[in-house]
Design a protein around this ligand. Sequence first.
Ligand SMILES: [Zn+2]
Length: 127
Amino acid sequence: MKGNRCLTGEQIQELKEILLQKKKEVMEDIKRGLEANAQAEREIGDIVDMSTDEFLRTFEMRIRDREAKYLKKIEKALQKIEDGTYGICEKCGACIGYERLKLRPVAELCIKCKLEQEKFERKFGEE
Ligand SMILES: [Zn+2]
């Protein structure tokens, strides 16, 4: 594994393994969620009325959407490892830092840019 100006080859290798592990976990979670949903539908059957059913569907959709987004972030991080740009802040080009990446391997911004982004989001109430 080749290093770049922010991370050594060994550090990238270690973070890649964390990312691959997380990817596996999320995919298993999604699969379990789908199975549980199918199971619940069979068990509840015609007892629930349509509105409750719709509510459950909406709720399940939201969870899956969040997981799908996370999965995309993992894919993007793995792609950046291939491109040699992993660990470099997308906004200012600074090093995100090995310790931060170990806690959050999908991080795209350095801590300074992340805090600025969160401040902005709180101010305008966006996600
Ligand atoms: Zn930055």
